[in-house]
Design a protein. Structure first.
Length: 540
């Protein structure tokens, strides 16, 4: 068995033009003195020693199966994650989103050359100084599309070609098919309703549409990262996960495939800043599992694997094993009781950040074999998602971020690790948001009427100059409610009900920091997402 470090080693990544060291194995509590302080990865000797880690000791989760670090200050036990796998996920999401220009990904193809892996974009004149250039342009390829380069180290030539264009007739078909696909038309219906002759003609056009959408979206996102497009200095975002259920792919195994998409949108405009799915279609499952077996990945804990972010053979046996109570969609438990139950479920998981262990439907929780590609573990996708969001928002000029997310330890940990510096200096705030569902229209109207009477009674007790200002009165009401907060879970998370419900979200609550961290500014921020404002669908 290979010798393992105390915690996974830090990993280095080129985060779209910015070099960064990824080390997420640290305390996740913003109020703790060890927040953002990484654990030492050197193996320590038993007993007191000069090199002993003063902040953490190696521990395990509540189930005793997932290794974790125990913070000596706040006694929290965050599970250990693989930094290398997070870097791999960042690269996958950046490639899938079209964030890299072709010249940034191209390099010398000779592994023995010193320029192997050195990007053309940054090692050619005028991007590089004359004495540091590694490539020269040597005309165009034979098809006339793209650029041909020669490596100055080994002399090998290679080409970067432009995307293939469609025939004029197929461009019209692509526009027609794109409209049908956007309106959720099935593949067979789209083929029959358009002039596409066969399925063999349909899929090349579909791939062309995908490439063009990816290129357009990547160009906009890259403009945000490079600062050519700007976002508001104060930004409110909404983050949530979606599930996509696909049909079975084999007659021998007819279980449905469930993929998860992790998305962040701008609350005011509704613009999707990023949506990423936990599926890597570039890899071969057989080759990955074979290489993982040769590397000994099946003999060590997940965090120390080379392919920790993939669902390897046998990982499905650990999914869905939590016996804690789950909320059905017809369960009309009170909102705060739902929050309490979710905290109990989280504490009962082997890995508190891995929502896959009791999140999926029992009929779909095992990972069925796919024809190609592999699913990735949701926590690693969430970490990579937030790392890219941090890079995009900082490049676009966002100075203050308010991130609203669903009640999930995975989202919380990923956000805090990606925005650790911003959270430490008070420039980024993350909030859990939860609201009740499945009430009838009469129940919703009754809740709204009760809340309206409660606000009117509160305003009647205020001075006349404040009574007429509904928004100021609501802020004062929220300030009183903050003084009477309730805490839940072993993390003592603070939960406050929102004073102004809506017909779509009749009971709404939000969670922020510990009580000692709340302030008047937090109360004012909490009431900024009121009905009538662009961010009325959530609150902070």
């Amino acid at each position: 068995m290979k010798k393992l470090p105390r915690v996974p080693l830090p990993a280095f990544v080129d985060l779209i033009g910015e070099d960064r060291t990824i080390q997420v194995n640290h305390c996740r509590q913003p109020a703790c003195e060890n927040f953002g302080v990484p654990a030492r990865h050197q193996v320590q000797k038993p007993g007191p020693s000069p090199g002993r880690d003063p902040a953490y000791k190696i521990h395990s989760t509540s189930k005793g199966q997932i290794p974790s670090i125990r913070c000596k200050a706040c006694k929290d036990n965050p599970p250990i994650k693989s930094n290398t796998s997070i870097v791999s996920e960042i690269g996958r999401l950046a490639d899938a989103g079209g964030l890299w220009a072709p010249e940034e990904r191209a390099s010398c193809t000779n592994p023995a050359c010193d320029n192997f892996g050195r990007s053309v974009a940054y090692h050619i004149w005028p991007a590089a100084r004359r004495g540091e250039t590694a490539y020269v342009r040597v005309g165009q390829p034979k098809n006339g599309r793209g650029q041909r380069y020669r490596c100055k180290g080994c002399g090998r030539k290679f080409s970067i070609t432009n995307p293939v264009r469609l025939h004029d007739r197929n461009k019209r078909l692509a526009a027609d098919l794109f409209s049908r696909i956007a309106n959720k038309s099935p593949g067979r219906c789209a083929i029959r309703g358009s002039d596409v002759r066969s399925t063999q003609s349909y899929y090349p056009i579909l791939r062309f549409i995908h490439d063009r959408c990816r290129s357009h979206s990547g160009a906009i996102d890259r403009a945000f990262i490079d600062g050519r497009l700007k976002l508001p200095e104060y930004l409110v975002t909404e983050t949530d996960a979606q599930e996509y259920t696909l049909n079975w792919t084999s007659r021998l195994d007819r279980r449905n495939v469930v993929l998860s998409g992790y998305a962040t949108v701008d609350a005011y405009s509704g613009y999707v800043l990023g949506i990423h799915v936990n599926f890597d279609g570039r890899v071969d499952p057989f080759e990955i599992n074979r290489d993982a077996s040769l590397r000994g990945d099946f003999d060590v804990a997940e965090a120390f694997r080379e392919y920790a972010h993939y669902w390897l053979a046998g990982d499905e046996l650990t999914a869905g094993r939590s016996m804690s109570r789950k909320l059905s969609k017809h369960d009309r438990v009170a909102l705060l009781d739902q929050i309490r139950i979710l905290y109990e479920n989280a504490q009962d998981r082997r890995d508190v950040e891995d929502i896959e262990l009791d999140h999926h439907d029992p009929a779909c929780q095992q990972m069925p074999p796919l024809n190609s590609g592999m699913q990735t573990h949701e926590p690693y996708t969430a970490y990579a998602h937030w790392m890219l969001m941090q890079r995009m928002l900082s490049g676009a000029g966002v100075k203050h971020l308010q991130a609203n997310m669903d009640q999930s330890s995975m989202s919380r940990a990923a956000f805090l690790c990606a925005f650790a510096d911003e959270v430490r200096r008070g420039a980024a705030h993350g909030f859990y948001v939860r609201y009740t569902k499945f009430q009838t229209i009469d129940e919703r109207e009754h809740i709204l009427a009760t809340a309206k009477r409660r606000r009117k009674a509160f305003r009647d007790g205020l001075p006349s100059e404040i009574r007429e200002n509904k928004w100021e009165a609501t802020r004062l009401m929220m300030r009183d409610w903050i003084a009477a907060v309730q805490t839940y879970g072993k993390w003592d998370d603070v939960w406050i009900e929102h004073p102004i419900p809506t017909i779509n979200e009749p009971h709404k609550a939000m969670s922020g920091s510990r009580p000692t961290r709340w302030s008047t500014r937090t109360a004012r921020s909490t009431c900024s997402s009121m009905p009538g404002s662009p961010a009325s669908t959530t609150c902070s």
